[in-house]
Design a protein. Structure first.
Ligand code: SF4
Length: 317
């Protein structure tokens, strides 16, 4: 006999989570790719850079971080005395898992003069051996500010290629990692969407395939896409990034038409990150109630990984 799990209505969790948050002096941070109901409950919704800053500024005792593992680790690195809870510890980032400490150190041996520049989408251990971190919002700015002529860029080849294109006078040695949802969306997929929406402009995230970026009208991080898409004169905007961003776009400017590559609206690849959707109201509630799923990192890793993150925050001002 099969059993059917009874789902509590969203309001049930929403009220209880709000109560717990107040009782425990907790703050809820959520990435733009999170489920809409999680975004609506969060104290702050943002991209990786904004969330890093918020994590650093908060006076809360507990940070409930609705995102993937590397984001929670970053919050812990910036707040070693606070408790950072990850509602779904299974939610990692496949791209972050593609970079290994050993592989990066081997590259450094081959290019001893190069700076190791790590996208924030890396493990705490990889950050700990890096010179500076970057996000998709500031990668070009930070790499151009570094005195090094050679850069080892880890782990995203989409963003790495974008940096290389924008800073042609530096040698960028790019790790061959990628974000599956963004990178697997191909040029033929984009052409199919353009064909369906002939008057639309295209905004794409730099984690996308370089061929897609070549055909985009605007390339930027999630925050930069929000700014572009909600303020452009164009009424129809094709947005090539994770579909979670749709929620905030309609909240900020509901008078436009945001077209995302979703499985149901055309026959190509959807840009959907399963691990980002691993945080739910149910596991956020349980995590806060029982104060479980705490992010624990060795002290030496925290101390070493903090330097490249703080250097990024300083250079991105
Ligand atoms: S969208 Fe891509 S980079 Fe972001 S968590 Fe998912 S797999 Fe990782």
């Amino acid at each position: 006999m099969s059993t059917v799990a009874l789902e509590m209505p969203a309001e049930h969790y929403t009220e209880k989570i709000k109560e717990l948050k107040d009782q425990k002096n907790a703050v809820i941070l959520a990435h733009y790719y999170q489920r809409p109901e999680v975004q609506d409950l969060a104290d702050f919704v943002g991209d990786s850079l904004e969330l890093s800053r918020k994590a650093q500024e908060t006076n809360a005792d507990i940070i409930a971080f609705c995102g993937v593992r590397f984001m929670c680790e970053t919050a812990k690195i910036l707040n070693p005395t606070k408790r950072v809870l990850h509602p779904n510890p299974e939610s990692g980032c496949p791209m972050a898992d593609m970079a290994t400490v050993q592989g990066v150190l081997e590259l450094k041996q081959k290019y001893p003069e190069a700076a190791i520049v790590s996208y924030v989408n890396t493990s705490a251990e990889v950050k700990a051996i890096s010179d500076v971190c970057v996000t998709s919002a500031n990668a070009v700015k930070i790499v151009s500010k570094l005195p090094h002529k050679q850069i080892i860029f880890v782990p995203d080849m989409g963003l790495g290629n974008w940096v290389k294109k924008n800073i042609p006078d530096k040698e960028i040695i790019i790790w061959r990692g990628f974000c599956p949802p963004h990178y697997e969306f191909g040029l033929s997929d984009l052409k199919a969407l353009r064909e369906m929406h002939k008057n639309a402009v295209v905004a794409a995230h730099p984690e996308c395939n370089p061929k897609v970026l070549e055909h985009a009208d605007f390339v930027g991080s999630t925050s930069q896409i929000i700014n572009f898409a909600t303020t452009t004169d164009a009424k129809n905007i094709i947005v090539i990034t994770e579909v979670g961003l749709k929620h905030v776009l309609y909240k900020k400017n509901p008078n436009k038409n945001y077209i995302f590559p979703e499985a149901m609206n055309y026959c190509g690849s959807a840009v959907y990150c399963c691990t980002m959707k691993g945080v739910t109201l149910a596991n956020l509630y349980t995590t806060l109630k029982d104060e479980v799923n705490e992010v624990i990192l060795p002290l030496d890793i925290i101390q070493k990984a903090k330097k490249p993150i703080e250097y990024m925050l300083e250079l991105s001002k």
